[in-house]
Design a protein around this ligand. Structure first.
Ligand code: ADP
Length: 159
C-alpha cells in the first residue's frame, strides 16, 4: 500500500490543489490531504471547515481523504504510515522554500521523502491567497476554486 500525505493550509482549497490531489490519487494507492491546524496563523476557515470542503470536492476519489493535523509534518506522516510527502511546485519562487522544507524533513526523519509535482500550466497562477484577495474586493474568483467553495468564500466576505 503506497500512502502519501499532501499537506498544506488549503485556506480554501483551489482548483490547483485539486489538480495535485487527483494526479496523486492516480499515482498512489491512498492520498491523505493533511490540513495544517496552525494556531499562529488566523485562517479564513477553521481546520474542520477546510477538511469538510476538501472531503466534498474529492468525494469522487475513493482513495482520498482529508484530515487535520498540528505539530510536525513528519510525525503526522509516520503516524499515518505514509513515507512520502507530495508537494506542488508552481514556480521558482516556491522552490527555495520547498527545497529547505524537504531537506529539513528528511534530516529529522530519514524514512520520509518528499516528491514534487509541477503545477499544470493552466493552474500555475492559482493560490488561496489570490482567491482571498480577489474576494475581499468583491471580484470574480469563481475560476480559481471548485464550485462548492464559491458560496463559502462569498459568505466569509459578505458578498
Ligand atoms: P502552504 O502550505 O504554503 O500554505 P498551500 O496550502 O497553499 O500552501 O498549498 C499546499 C501545496 O500545494 C504546496 O505544495 C503548494 O505549492 C501547492 N499548490 C498550491 N497551489 C497550487 C497550484 N495552483 N498548483 C499546484 N500546486 C499548488
Amino acid at each position: 500500500m503506497r500512502r502519501v500525505i499532501y499537506p498544506g493550509s488549503f485556506d480554501p482549497v483551489t482548483v490547483g490543489h485539486l489538480d495535485i490531489i487527483s494526479r496523486s490519487a492516480q499515482i498512489f494507492d491512498e492520498v491523505i490531504v493533511g490540513v495544517l491546524n496552525n494556531n499562529q496563523k488566523s485562517p479564513l476557515f477553521s481546520a474542520e471547515e477546510r477538511v469538510d470542503m476538501i472531503n466534498k470536492v474529492t468525494e469522487n476519489f475513493p482513495n482520498v481523504r482529508a484530515q487535520a493535523f498540528s505539530g510536525l509534518l513528519v510525525d503526522f506522516a509516520k503516524k499515518e504510515g505514509a513515507m512520502v510527502i507530495v508537494r506542488g511546485l508552481r514556480a521558482v519562487t516556491d522552490f527555495e522554500y520547498e527545497l529547505q522544507m524537504s531537506q529539513t524533513n528528511h534530516q529529522i526523519c530519514p524514512e520520509v521523502d518528499t516528491l514534487f509535482l509541477t503545477a499544470s500550466v493552466e493552474y500555475s497562477y492559482v493560490s488561496s491567497s489570490t482567491v482571498k484577495e480577489i474576494a475581499r474586493f468583491g471580484g470574480d474568483f469563481s475560476a480559481f476554486v471548485p464550485d462548492i467553495v464559491i458560496p463559502e468564500v462569498k459568505k466569509r466576505f459578505s458578498i
